[in-house]
Design a protein around this ligand. Structure first.
Ligand code: NAP
Length: 260
């Protein structure tokens, strides 16, 4: 029998105990990394609110994450709209201990063929969405609260056809470091995870990968021989939430993809 030493090992307990009983809002929680974060948070005993636009997908996500004993709710909302985010967080009720922002997709196209107008909405949504979500949540956070944003490996290893999307990653990391300083007097922390390619509906769509075999083949040339799982990516976000001394940190979790 051959042992596949490259296979992912599911993240298991103990998860950060500091998150038990905490209220965590995941903007982008119905799919991919946000959905995996919701499941890990629920199993760590956090009270979880998942936010996304598509109501049916959100309801399915809540059902998937809400294991017996877990407290998981879904609130439909648009993470690019500051007013809507304020409404969502008011509906969530009470203080928010931690916010994770995973909303957003990849907007791209060859630079010389892609006018500003085609990308403006996606770019605005991704950057101002992160800004607005942090603003809406920070006013509800007690000391010890945290915001965790999503960045990506392509900021360090750019690829053609994604100029605006990659520039936003830089903006999000700049926002992370700036807010870490500005919100520190409130004892709030702000961090980001710089993900490598993670197997999610987003990456499958943007890389044109249809099915697990195509994903496995595409990941083979990376240092660890595979792309990351959504759970592996999400657990990095939970680490940043739970570590009370992490702020302004951009944590790279990419299976070594940025090294080669
Ligand atoms: N997967 C990767 O390889 C990878 C690598 C680097 C960085 N990232 C970043 O990590 C984040 C999560 O990626 P993922 O792969 O998990 O994506 P995903 O599977 O496509 O999930 C994205 C989630 O965000 C929600 N969403 C999108 N736009 C939204 C909006 N305007 N308001 C509220 N919710 C919204 C989606 O639901 P609705 O569409 O229903 O709203 C969905 O729940 C993204 O920011 C992505 O750019 C991903």
């Amino acid at each position: 029998m051959t042992v596949n030493t490259l296979a992912p090992v599911p993240v298991s307990l103990p998860l950060p105990a500091a998150l038990a009983g905490r209220t965590v809002v995941v903007v982008g929680g119905s799919s991919g990394i946000g959905l995996a974060a919701g499941a890990l948070l629920a199993s760590a005993g956090a009270r979880v609110t998942l936010v996304a636009r598509d109501r049916d997908r959100l309801a399915a996500a809540v059902e998937q994450v809400c294991t017996p004993g877990a407290t998981v709710t879904g609130i439909a909302g648009d993470g690019t709209d500051e007013r809507d985010l304020e409404r969502v967080l008011d509906e969530a009720g009470g203080p928010v201990d931690h916010l994770l922002v995973t909303a957003g997709g990849l907007a791209g196209g060859p630079f010389l063929d892609t006018p500003v107008d085609r990308l403006r909405q996606a770019v605005d949504g991704r950057f101002w969405g992160a800004y607005a979500a942090a603003r809406a949540a920070a006013r509800l956070m007690p000391p010890g609260g945290s915001v965790t944003f999503s960045s990506g490996l392509y900021l360090q290893r750019p690829v053609p056809g994604a100029a605006a999307a990659i520039a936003i990653l830089g903006a999000v990391e700049g926002l992370t470091r700036t807010l870490a300083v500005e919100l520190a007097p409130m004892r709030l922390r702000v961090n980001a995870v710089r993900y490598g390619v993670v197997d999610t509906p987003l990456s499958r769509g943007s890389l044109g990968l249809d099915g697990a075999e195509a994903v496995a083949a595409a990941g083979r040339n990376t240092p660890l021989g595979r792309f990351g799982t959504a759970q592996e990516a999400a657990s990095a976000a939970l680490f940043l939430m739970a570590n009370n001394f992490a702020t302004g940190t951009v944590l790279t979790v990419d299976g070594g993809q940025s090294l080669v």
